[in-house]
Design a protein around this ligand. Sequence first.
Ligand code: NAP
Length: 314
Amino acid sequence: MENYQADEHRYEQMHYERCGRSGILLPQVSLGMWHNFGAVDDYDRSRQIVRYAFDHGITHLDLTNNYGPPYGSAEQTLGRLVDDDLRPYRDELFIATKAGYDMWPGPYGNWGSRKYLMASLDQSLRRMHLQYVDLFYSHRYDPATPLEETLQTLVDIVRSGKALYVGISRWPLEATRFAFRYLRERDVPCLIYQGRINLLDRAPIQEGILDLCREEGVGFISFSPLAQGLLTDRYLNGIPEGSRMSRGKFLRPEMLTDEVLQSIRQYKAEAEAEGLALSEYALSWILRQPGVTSVLVGASSTEQLQKNLRCIGH
Ligand SMILES: NC(=O)c1ccc[n+]([C@@H]2O[C@H](COP(=O)([O-])OP(=O)(O)OC[C@H]3O[C@@H](n4cnc5c(N)ncnc54)[C@H](OP(=O)(O)O)[C@@H]3O)[C@@H](O)[C@H]2O)c1
């Protein structure tokens, strides 16, 4: 591929939202690297997607230690992209990673211990060829580890300079409340909560997490905003070959029930009544929820990303 020179117009279309009460602005659309960036994927295609994203103002990339497959390889892809294309733009990028799920064998490669989080972040930085990440998350609530241990580790990670900000993902309401207070009292306020809100799953709204984020001045970023592709035209006429559902691991065919299909068709009709594509309608709906900072989309092609970017500024 030819040498990369970022598009000089890259900041002209994107809208940026303030992330809670912080100095950080995040693009309304961010890019997640859960699928399509592993060692099993074509590097040139992954590279095109990230180039397209940055050329259109997507400054925020979201990773996790075990994205791939195999585990760690999405971070390695990012490291290669940093070397090939992104190093000159490091200060224009806001790069996140996480630890909390299964990563390496034995008792120290999972959950929320200090031992796991510290070692995991060191590994992530090596894979990504970075000296620091902009954002490090506890990826899930660990009912067995004292919350203070996990949270103090986040504080110490920021103090060490290996992450500039911290966040939490998928923590339940009361533990989230505790986390926000604990971190604020140590002058390392939680920047952002990562949870799933989309037209088919509104749990963080119903459980009061989005309200809590708003009250506490913490940003909110929604993962799987298209329900892994269900909230697009992808599955309206069966299961296309090569789609996430055809691979069947994270989005299984049994999730496409008659009831879900009926909801998707209804949302599509509502979208069309407003002259919008279903994906655009679905993403705009999330961005309109008070307290939501950004939607964290996935994409297996630049064409998908192009469509998804149409939600900006609605
Ligand atoms: N915190 C957590 O626990 C957690 C959990 C899950 C995800 N995440 C984060 O959230 C990010 C996004 O999650 P996600 O990938 O599930 O998001 P998503 O945007 O709901 O789904 C993305 C997938 O939908 C399909 N798609 C996207 N746009 C499309 C379009 N315009 N038309 C047709 N199909 C389209 C593609 O799948 P095909 O392969 O079928 O093309 C794409 O890979 C992840 O990368 C990760 O960073 C975090």
